[in-house]
Design a binder for this molecule. Structure first.
Ligand code: FDA
Length: 501
């Protein structure tokens, strides 16, 4: 088989991959980006690139015959999911024994499907999780750089107080305040100027049109509009879509060899190829990158990988839950899909939790306050490759630790407000806490353990990890700003120290 050579290859086009591609290209290094998902830039027969959350079609999910939305039911009815034709849709649900992991598929990775919340972690907790990283440099240089590049903006507080679209958040805030809890605005990469035009009816609706987990047709500054657009604009980046990297090995001259499979719209591998490069950057996300590495260690192609590759995985303590409000505490028929506020109880030494106030836009008043709680769960699991597939050792008991923390906080809120939990949202009768899925997979190739302090993989030269695999299982807030800032830090160092002629 012919080997197609590039100076640098980047696997994946999410946050870690996009930062690597841009900074390599700007340094004049020709770079090939290999992404298993499709490009989301052409409209379907309905004139839209993405389908809505309310009426999902084949574009919604990655090769499924039925959608698998995180909220499986409403009033115990299976009204949420739909039968669809298998297709390379934008949202994937990767199922392990006790944990399903949602990930984005396509050019832009998770940025295509996520809630846009652009949160910088508490400095003291960042320092606790990354003791070998210079926090002054992170907070002075790399976090600001990441936020600027990602296009982070904040909601105008006056508009927030007056618009119907955030009544659900104001109601959730009132419940938190009655409990004596601190609430905080959360910045976003959704363009609030666009959202206000949506509210005024002068532009097509996206956040105000129930679009989010299956992609936003407007308003969102996803990576294809920011880092990746800039990377492609240099002329130094080639992007291959629908091409999945399946194996990594090292040639005798020290260069990297990648095996790939090109997928068609039915998921069939229509071609296998080989690529070579001098510098290899892994940005396949916590699952994608870790899978490639544990497979390479297991199969013997990269035997010198550290024993800690695969370890240190956590779901960022994710737990979802709903509270039932009193009839007079309405949440509104109109709800923006972009969360803008959280309950910040992270400084509570007994029970650190950050809980964002999530929308439940059903188009009708439903009196639900929905939350995604991020708990300081210290449990970690290991990803391994056995019998031809990736497995995750995360147990139900480890999820129970997150639930106990979320319950402690929300029992307080319910007591202070004389309210109860909603029992009808997560499919199984009486399931109150959705602890069997996560949006924030973190770890598997932890910074300073499986890599050096800059994401250089231990045991090999010119092999780098730039994505969520580096974060040790928990960061206390939504993770993409942290992932982006760490990738900026890695690239700044690597381009100075490793690629000089
Ligand atoms: P990411 O997953 O973004 O990208 C990896 C890319 O690599 C994907 O495009 C994938 O297809 C590709 N890939 C993987 N393996 C490959 C292979 N072998 N070959 C080729 N390509 C491969 N975070 C946040 O900060 N704020 C928020 O509001 C939210 N909300 C949210 C909602 C939902 C529904 C989800 C699913 C996630 C979030 N997140 C979030 C999480 C956030 O999106 C996530 O942490 C980042 O996208 C992770 O970035 P990475 O660069 O690690 O990988």
């Amino acid at each position: 088989e012919p080997v197609d050579n590039s100076p640098a290859i980047v696997v994946g086009s999410g946050y870690g991959g996009a930062v690597a591609a841009l900074r390599l290209a700007q340094a004049g290094i020709r770079t090939l980006v290999l992404e298993m998902g499709r490009a989301w830039n052409t409209a379907g027969p309905d004139g839209k690139v993405f389908c809505t959350t309310a009426s999902p079609d084949k574009r919604s999910m990655w090769f499924r015959a039925r959608t698998e939305a995180p909220l499986a039911s409403f009033l115990w009815l299976d009204v949420v999911n739909r039968d669809i034709t298998p297709y390379p849709g934008v949202l994937d649900r990767v199922r392990f024994a006790n944990m399903s992991v949602y990930v984005g598929r396509g050019v832009g990775g998770g940025s295509l499907v996520n809630g846009s919340m652009a949160v910088t972690p508490l400095r003291s907790y960042f320092a606790e999780q990354f003791p070998t990283v210079d926090a002054t440099e992170m907070y002075g240089t790399y976090f600001p750089r990441a936020r600027a590049m990602l296009g982070v903006n904040s909601i105008d507080p006056a508009w927030f107080e007056s618009t119907d679209w955030y009544r659900f958040t104001r109601t959730a805030r009132k419940a938190a305040q009655r409990t004596g809890l601190r609430t905080t605005f959360v910045p976003s990469v959704y363009d609030f100027a666009y959202m206000r035009k949506e509210a005024a009816g002068t532009v097509p609706r996206s956040a105000l049109g129930q679009e989010v987990i299956y992609g936003n047709n407007h308003g969102k500054r996803s990576l294809d509009k920011t880092y990746l657009a800039a990377a492609l604009g240099t002329g130094n980046v080639t992007l291959h879509t629908m091409e999945k990297v399946t194996a990594i090995s090292r040639a005798s001259d020290g260069s990297w060899v990648l095996e790939t499979g090109r997928l068609d719209d039915t998921g069939t591998v229509v071609e296998t190829k080989q690529y070579g490069c001098a510098y290899l950057f892994l940005g396949g996300g916590s699952l994608g990158t870790t899978e490639l590495l544990v497979r390479a260690r297991q199969s013997g192609t990269l035997p010198a990988l550290d024993a800690s590759v695969g370890a240190g995985w956590g779901p960022n303590g994710n737990v979802m839950l709903g509270r039932a409000n009193h009839l007079w505490d309405t949440t509104g028929a109109d709800q923006s899909t972009m969360p803008v506020m959280g309950i910040d109880d992270w400084a509570n030494p007994d029970n650190p939790v950050f809980a964002e106030m999530a929308p439940l836009p059903t188009g009708l008043e439903n009196w639900v306050s929905l939350y995604l709680a991020i708990t300081k769960n210290p449990e970690r699991a290991t990803l391994s490759y056995d019998n031809g597939s990736l497995s995750l050792s995360w147990s139900a008991a480890q999820s129970a630790v997150s639930v106990a923390m979320a319950k402690k906080l929300f029992d307080r809120i319910n007591a202070a407000n004389s309210t109860i939990y909603r029992y009808d949202l997560f499919g199984t009768p009486s399931k109150v806490f959705a602890d069997d899925f996560c949006y924030h997979p973190l770890g598997g190739c932890v910074l300073g353990k499986a890599t050096d302090d800059y994401g250089r993989v231990k045991g090999y030269s010119r092999l780098y990890v730039t994505d969520s695999s580096l974060v040790p299982g928990n960061i206390g807030v939504n993770p993409f700003v942290t992932i982006t800032a760490l990738a900026e830090r890695t690239m700044a160092r690597v381009l100075v120290e490793d690629t000089a002629p």
